[in-house]
Design a protein around this ligand. Sequence first.
Ligand code: ZN
Length: 166
Amino acid sequence: MPILPIRHYPDAILRKKTTSIQIITAQIQEIIQNMIETMYRSPNTIGLAAPQVGHALRLIVLDVTSKEKRHGLLVLLNPVLIKGEGKKVVREGCLSLPDYTGNVSRFEHITVQAQNREGKTLEIETDGIEGVCIQHEIDHINGMMFLDRVESLKTDIFRRKRYQSL
Ligand code: ZN
């Protein structure tokens, strides 16, 4: 399976309106498989959204197992945040913005509704790094970067040392 090239900010695809996936075609399955492969092969990476690999689709993949025990590999089509509770500030990085990290306010506990790769609708409740990762990836399919969520571009953006990428 090919490793897909990562689009970097300010590539226009990262801001583009994305399309919902209605029919899971062989082409969509192939994109999913390549995204999974690309995520696992990219160092310190726990999540990836379709626009980051050049597809304006409402599709994300994640697996936070390397950081904490949660759901394992998640392939979420058309994910929607239906509930968010509590607030916390977390330091986030992004494969599409490899040289920086930022302090971002996120919900502590979330419920997300999505379809899996078989087209079945599921509802996932989670928190911790997995909850943050899902919020970060949903931002991507809404054309947002963590940069858009920091309170101050002067004090909340940092030159990268070593943090995970989402
Ligand atoms: Zn990202």
